[in-house]
Design a protein around this ligand. Structure first.
Ligand SMILES: [Cu+2]
Length: 123
């Protein structure tokens, strides 16, 4: 029975992450994104936190924010707009469209990217 429940949990986690993946189809300059896994490599990648800066395009009821973000050199990403999951759902309520933010994000177990900390940037 334990194995059965574990499967359910994994399936749910994948379903939550799917919208983020779907949104990536709209992004420009995503050629480098697939390399992020290889570049960071193995166990170290899971714990690695990246720093982002950008403007919020939308706060979505699915628990993601769409951010027009600057380049992330550590990942080889150019500037782009993308959907990122927000780990702490309570912080979604404090975010507004058009707001300039600084955030930390990391790769989650399902291979998506999740914001672990986000705050208004000083302008
Ligand atoms: Cu992206």
């Amino acid at each position: 029975m334990k194995r059965f429940y574990l499967t359910i949990i994994l399936a749910c986690s994948a379903a939550v992450t799917l919208p983020a993946y779907a949104a990536m189809g709209n992004m420009q300059g995503m050629a480098n994104m697939g390399n992020a896994n290889n570049m960071a490599g193995g166990q170290a990648a899971k714990a690695q936190t990246f720093i982002g800066h950008g403007r919020i395009n939308s706060v979505n009821p699915t628990g993601t924010v769409n951010v027009a973000m600057g380049p992330v050199k550590a990942l080889g990403w150019p500037s782009m707009s993308m959907n990122l999951l927000v780990q702490d759902k309570a912080t979604l309520n404090s975010l507004k469209t058009g707001e300039i933010v600084n955030f930390d994000f990391a790769k989650d177990a399902a291979g998506g990217y999740v914001i672990t900390r986000i705050s208004p940037a000083e302008q």
